[in-house]
Design a protein around this ligand. Structure first.
Ligand SMILES: [Zn+2]
Length: 463
């Protein structure tokens, strides 16, 4: 099967030109100004952007958390991803305490086999129990399992949180194997105290989710992780940076030449802390961690995206239905399952507000949305660009197509959308995953043939 995408404006992280793209089977075989080859299908992309498919390195499909499980599995979640132009996800395999690292990965592979994905999927491993998982020796085996990034939670006390000893020992192994260490940076001990005080005082509404997680608790943990990574000699990737003080810690490290990267997520740019105070428990829709922040933090994040203090915008897609899952915490904000479901609208929102809004160029959007996550997680140039030999993951994007975002029309199984009612100009009209057209207009036309992405260690530490 061959496909010729004709006449589009091909935008990659370092190129922006009119070109045709010829696809044979799963891969791109030619990119040139005028291609006259015969093809089984010709797609007219006149007036459209042709972009590399998005790489979303932060998702939580079918993840057990807080006594329930996220409502998108690998099938439904990747369908929603594809409608938003994302053709690769990297999901967090969560180790249960006492479970070996190998068994944790087997559990996640079972989810992937049972619910086959529409697009390709890689795994990070979230270490919650260093010794129980098999210790340093077992952690050194991860690259052989195709996993080259390790996540640690510095928050969620008595659940996912690790102590500094585990954090540091994992970092030491990563320094040896070249794995990328990812941290959820919040001071979980201090937050646990603040939550206890709030509940003791009878404060149970969702707004207290934000009030018990002040920006300083994120900034302190970010700074701590950065310094511990420096001692261990590993590369560090701080997930979901949400506020100016944490961003400043990342900026200082980068200015000093340390190998530290920061990610933010779409919702931090558009939802502020007033959302948590919405009446009638509607604030629970915005209970995710870190919480929505102040408008001045949002402005700092936009600047960080433009000046490359931040490297990636992910979704942190973590879908819990409002009606019956968020409702678990109706009388106690600390029991509301944390997460926001935003996998489908990363590109729409970044294009409309980032590119149209004059914050950055289209090529920078591609870098944040696709190229840089592919590079950092060992997938480039197979993913993250449009080049000869790359996977034919393509998004034909109409910069004029208007859409009003609504839960009634999105493809996640979740029953609300944090961007409900936002009208954006610019949307995908056709999405191709490894050569197969999977989305056309509003129709799902592809079948699940996503594969597990075995990722070798990416570039070694140069700290
Ligand atoms: Zn997450």
């Amino acid at each position: 099967m061959s496909t010729l995408v004709k006449g589009g404006r091909v935008v990659t992280a370092d190129d922006d030109r009119l070109a045709d793209v010829l696809v044979e089977g799963d891969v791109v075989v030619e990119v040139a100004h005028e291609i006259d080859a015969a093809a089984d299908r010709v797609i007219d992309a006149t007036g459209m952007y042709v972009l590399p498919g998005g790489v979303d390195p932060h998702t939580h499909m079918e993840m057990p958390f807080g006594g329930t499980t996220t409502c998108d599995d690998f099938t439904s979640g990747t369908v929603a991803a594809a409608f938003g132009g994302t053709t690769t996800i990297i999901d967090f395999c969560i180790q249960q305490r006492g479970q070996s690292f190998a068994d944790a990965l087997a559990t996640w592979h079972e989810k992937l086999t049972r619910c086959p994905p529409l697009v390709d999927v890689g795994f990070h491993l979230a270490v919650t129990d260093f010794e129980g998982g098999g210790g340093a020796d077992a952690l050194r085996e991860l690259p052989a399992h195709g996993v080259s990034s390790i996540k640690l939670f510095m928050a969620y006390k008595d659940a996912l949180m690790v102590d500094d000893r585990t954090l540091f020992r994992t970092m030491q192994v990563a320094a040896q194997t070249g794995a990328l260490v990812m941290v959820h940076a919040e001071n979980g001990d201090v937050i646990d105290v603040l939550i206890g005080e709030a509940l003791a005082a009878g404060n149970t509404d969702p707004v207290w989710h934000g009030r018990t997680r002040p920006v300083e608790t994120e900034a302190e943990a970010t700074q701590r992780a950065i310094h511990l990574a420096r001692v261990a000699g590993c590369r560090l990737y701080v997930v979901h940076v949400s506020c100016a003080p944490a961003l400043e810690a990342v900026a200082r490290a980068r200015a000093a030449g340390w190998d530290v990267r920061g990610e933010t997520c779409t919702h931090y740019l558009f939802v502020d802390d007033t959302a948590l105070a919405k009446p009638d428990f509607e604030g629970a829709k915005y209970v995710y961690t870190p919480p929505p922040r102040r408008p001045e933090d949002q402005e700092a994040l936009w600047e960080g995206l433009a000046d490359a203090t931040l490297s990636v915008v992910s979704s942190d897609h973590c879908a819990f239905r409002w009606a019956d899952q968020k409702a678990i915490g109706r009388d106690d904000f600390s029991k509301i399952p944390n997460g926001a479901p935003t996998i489908e609208h990363r590109l729409h929102m970044l294009h409309h507000h980032g590119v149209r809004g004059g914050r950055f160029a289209m090529s920078r959007l591609v870098e944040l949305f696709s190229t840089e996550p592919a590079r950092l997680f060992g997938l480039h140039p197979r993913k993250g660009t449009i080049a000869v030999g790359s996977d034919a993951d393509l998004v034909v994007f109409d910069p004029e197509r208007e859409q009003t975002i609504a839960a009634a029309r999105h493809h996640s199984r979740v029953d609300y959308n944090v961007f409900e009612g936002s009208t954006v100009r610019g949307a995908p009209v056709l999405v191709m995953a490894r050569g197969q057209v999977v989305v056309e207009g509003d129709q799902l036309v592809g079948s699940p043939r996503g594969e597990f992405l075995s990722r070798a260690g990416s570039h070694a530490a140069h700290v």
